[in-house]
Design a protein around this ligand. Structure first.
Ligand code: HEM
Ligand SMILES: *[C@@H]1O[C@H](CO)[C@@H](O)[C@H](O)[C@H]1NC(C)=O
Ligand SMILES: *[C@@H]1O[C@H](CO)[C@@H](O)[C@H](O)[C@H]1NC(C)=O
Length: 527
């Protein structure tokens, strides 16, 4: 057989393969169209582009970002308004078509009623996998069910009711705020203090011992070996989180963020975690200490009771750290921004807190799980913060089979929308939680009272919903509530020192105030 004959044969084969794939996708398309018809589905309104490959759409996003416009308000919010719809189709990379929605019924379908039709998608695994391995956050299907079952009992109410460490971390936070004059503190950015608070309480919950990052940062004492190691870890963990958020921003181009530095940082975090897990388990088997020690609860010990796979424990521990740290501190940062810019709410909340909990822990009134949850106005303030600034403002899922969104199709948006297997559905929680037709004309205003007598539904899902609902919801609310009570017992006034006007949103793994939470606080006992 001569070269040319081989060439012809190969060309012919390639042609056959191409033809077969065309016929197959033709049939898949026909089947999909039939599926859509059977369900009475019609396409959602498409975003109109002027240039091929939606280049003008991409340009618009880049220009807006470089001008300091806001992704959620100025791009998505404006688009929804201009298109007069809550669900639309837009062009993704490489010819894919994305369906995006800010519609409660569709959100319910994606997260709950059609849960089994979706996966979290490859992108999440690639973006987070470097640091988190195969933890609960990055797996699907049976591996996820397994991790979820392992975790569920660990978040039982009894386990998050031990607030000794939270009290300790609250006192340290209050102590490290520098005092100024006239009974006021100096200007302080609360955001990094909240980050360390949640890192310290989360590590205590997970390992049974806090990494004490707040103290390490505040003290010049560096010859303590353990503290130095902890400081190195919390530093590396922050850097690793930054790398993940860079990967998230880069979307499909996530691999650009890889490099030697990234590998070194990830290795530091994983090594520390490995050692700490081993130390925790060694402590557990030390019976003598168990009898004398005060028996602090730790997730690691509980996990070790149901699995002996070290890698599995480590990946899950890191997933929890990533899920638990930035989210709760972002909630606290937005909440104190809102309190500082709404003096009436601050005053009302403080009165309620003093009434329920007294003016200090020594007033004899318990600050426990039940007491915090039944402090209604405090819970309204937290919910209203999570409504305006949901720490996870957008989410997405990939369809693993053809499926249906209940509404958003056709010219009036009242028909179902058919979603193809492999198609990505984006969910804009931020925009949904500010819809004027749901929340009223003052939807953009901070008004905690709106939660009074409100029935919980799918238009408010800061913790997501359905089988993959946040596991740490109660834990996060209790941590944030506790610290808020202690801060408002200690301080009776607050002024906003940050920039005026709409706060710039930082988008990492979570939504946070980009320029921090700069305030001054007034000590209640220094009149
Ligand atoms: C204000 C604080 C928090 C918010 C707003 C929040 C929000 C969320 C959201 C929206 C999800 C769903 C992500 C998805 O399915 O794509 C989630 C999942 C999760 N959260 Fe939270 N979270 C918070 C705090 C915490 C804390 C403190 C912990 C643990 C200590 C935690 C542990 C988890 C875990 C383990 C998952 C994965 C659940 C699963 O995939 O089955 N979260 N969270
Ligand atoms: C706050 O929102 C949660 C849902 O995230 C809900 O379960 C709870 O009842 C709300 N609390 C109040 C006091 O409105
Ligand atoms: C809180 O401080 C501001 C000054 O920053 C002052 O104008 C206001 O009257 C104070 N509020 C109370 C209740 O003392």
């Amino acid at each position: 057989m001569g070269i040319s004959t081989l060439g012809y044969t190969l060309t012919f084969l390639a042609f056959i393969i191409y033809a077969v794939s065309l016929i197959r996708s033709y049939h898949a398309e026909k089947r999909f169209q039939q599926f859509a018809r059977d369900n009475g589905a019609e396409p959602a309104k498409p975003v109109e582009y002027k240039l091929p490959w939606a280049l003008d759409g991409m340009y618009r996003v880049l220009r807006a970002v470089s001008r300091g416009e806001d992704f959620f308000d100025d791009i998505i919010g404006k688009r929804l308004e201009e298109m007069n719809t809550w669900t639309y189709e837009s062009a993704g990379l490489f010819g894919s078509v994305l369906v995006s929605t800010a519609e409660p019924r569709n959100v319910q379908a994606v997260f709950a009623t059609k849960f089994n039709d979706y996966s979290i998608g490859k992108l999440r695994k690639k973006q987070f996998g470097v640091l988190l391995g195969k933890g609960i956050f990055t797996v699907d299907g049976p591996a996820w069910s397994h991790a979820r079952a392992l975790f569920r009992p660990l978040f039982a109410r009894d386990n998050i009711n031990d607030l000794v460490e939270t009290e300790r971390a609250s006192n340290i936070l209050i102590d490290v705020i520098p005092s100024g004059h006239d009974g006021w503190t100096s200007t302080v950015d609360l955001l990094p203090l909240f980050y360390r608070f949640t890192l310290d309480t989360a590590t205590s919950f997970i390992f049974g011992e806090s990494v004490n990052s707040q103290l390490a940062e505040a003290s010049s004492e560096t010859n303590n070996k353990k503290r130095r190691e902890f400081a190195k870890f919390s530093d590396a963990f922050s850097k690793a989180q930054e790398l993940i958020s860079l990967r998230v921003k880069l979307q499909s181009l996530y691999f650009v963020a890889d490099g030697l530095k990234s590998r070194a940082v990830t290795e530091t975090v994983r090594q520390f975690t490995r050692q700490t897990i081993q130390a925790t388990l060694a402590r557990r088997s030390n019976v003598k200490e168990k009898q004398t020690g005060h028996g602090t609860y730790s997730i690691v010990e509980e996990l070790a009771k149901s699995t002996s796979d070290q890698e599995e424990i480590q990946d899950n521990v890191l997933s929890l750290m990533a899920a638990g740290r930035d989210t709760t501190s972002a909630l606290l940062s937005w909440m104190f921004y809102l309190l500082a810019t709404h003096p009436n709410v601050f005053r009302k909340l403080r009165n309620v807190i003093i009434e329920d909990f007294g003016d200090s822990p020594s007033s004899g009134k318990k600050i426990g799980f039940a007491e915090l949850k039944s402090c209604r106005y405090l819970q309204y303030v937290i919910n209203e913060t999570l409504r305006l600034y949901p720490t996870v403002p957008a989410n997405m899922r990939t369809a693993i089979r053809d499926t249906i969104l209940p509404v958003g199709g056709g010219p009036n948006g009242d028909r179902p929308v058919a979603i193809r297997k492999g198609q990505v559905v984006g969910v804009f929680i931020y925009n949904m939680q500010r819809r004027p037709d749901i929340w009223g004309e003052d939807a953009d205003e901070f008004r905690p009272e709106r939660f009074r007598d409100r029935k919980h539904d799918w238009s408010f899902v800061p913790f997501s919903g359905g089988p993959r609902v946040c596991l740490g919801q109660q834990y996060a609310i209790i941590e944030a509530s506790y610290l808020t009570v202690r801060l408002l017992q200690t301080f009776d006034n607050i002024t906003w020192v940050g920039a005026q006007g709409r706060p710039v949103k930082g988008m990492g793994i979570t939504l946070f105030p980009q320029h921090g939470t700069k305030v001054r606080l007034h000590y209640a006992d220094k009149k």
